[in-house]
Every structure is written in structure tokens, then in C-alpha cells.
Design a protein around this ligand. Sequence first.
Ligand code: DC
Length: 231
Amino acid sequence: MTRSLVIAVDGPSGSGKSSVSREVARRLGARYLDTGAMYRAATLWFLQHDVDVHDPDQVRLSVGIPLLEMDTDPQQPSIRLDGVDVGSRIREADVTAAVSYVSAVPELRARLVELQRTAVADAIGTGFGIVVEGRDIGRVVLPDADVKIFLTADVDVRAERRHREEVERGSAVDAAGAMSSITDRDAIDTTRAASPLLKAEDAVVIDATELGIEDVVGLILELADARDLRH
Ligand code: DC
């Protein structure tokens, strides 16, 4: 990469965004930011502090409190909550079940979007490009991103992928549970009033139903190359 490219990758749960984005960042020598992990870490803080995650007023009152720190090295990305590494804890079922409710609260979104833009500015300021993945990156967080991807896949494939990940993590979630977790989150993420999951007009859609991670990584690297050459 000859300059600091900013790549936005949005899409629904289980589309493979994290694996793909991390690998693209690694290959480009760029930074990698998982914004879903930030919503998850904030959710964990609310759960730990007895905030009712279904009550937006309660969530709103404490949005400024959790201290989030992200390391954007794609070889070893990490997230700390109040100084503690919560990278594994935020993937557990209680956080997964609550995160879509919490992330519908506009005040929390505003705070996290600010942190996300700061992380991007830090990367660029130190001479790195960055791959940022989430739900609203191309439309809201980084509307001027150089490359915008909307990565999706059929719901059956996404649920199966999520189930496999859960089994690898030793979780007790079965195939039906993985499917309902995905469809519940799709429903909340796409219908909320604040920054719903929607494709940016200028995003390139990649349907990964029949593609492996390496195929998708290759497509994004081609788009990044083309974009880089135009400058
Ligand atoms: O990508 P993930 O499954 O870790 O994301 C967790 C939740 O966070 C997801 O249900 C929607 C929310 N999210 C969001 O609202 N905006 C983002 N930019 C990233 C995630």
C-alpha cells in the first residue's frame, strides 16, 4: 500500500467480516478495528453494573463511563474494558443476547463513533491504513472511506458459521440457537432508528454464500489496489 487507505467493511452477523477484515489488514500492513467488539465491551460493562440493557434511559445515563481501549494490530487485536482484556468474555452468550439492544441507543453510538474516528485518525497519523468493520462504517462513521464493502451471505450459511465458532469456543449453543441468535440480531440491527444496518450507496456488495475467506480477501485486495493506483 503506497498511502494510508481506509477500508470500511459492513454487513450482518456471521458474514465473515472479522476474519476477512483482519486478514486484509494483515496483508496490507494496515491496522484493524472491530467496532462490534466495542459495542460488546460496553454491553459487558452495563451487565456487570446492573444496568437494565432493555431500558434505553438507564443505558443513556452511563454511556460515558466505561473506559475502552483498543489495540488495532491485526496480528493481535485486543480490547480492554477499564484496563482488563475482555476479548474472550465479550463473545459469551449473555453479551451476544444483549448487544443489539444496547447498540440501538443513539447516545452510546455517538460516543463509540467518536472513539472509532479517533482510532482511524491515530492510524493515519502514524502512517498506517486501516480496515474498519461494523454495521454503519461506510454510511455513518467513515463516509469518505476509500473502499466500502458490504459483505453478506445467506442466513443459513451465516448461522452455520456462527454455530461452528460457538462449538470451537466450547459453548453449549446448538444449531437452532445459533440461527435464532442471528435472525434476532438481524431484525434488531436492520430496523433500529439509529444507524440501522444498510448498504452505503457507494459500497461494493460481496455475497460470500459460496465464497471462502481467501476468495473474499482477494476481491477486497483487488479493489484496494485499484483504488490505490487511482491516486
Ligand atoms: O459484529 P458483532 O456481531 O460483534 O457486533 C455486535 C453487535 O454490535 C451487533 O449486533 C450490532 C452492533 N454493532 C453496531 O450496531 N454497529 C457497529 N458498527 C458494530 C456492531
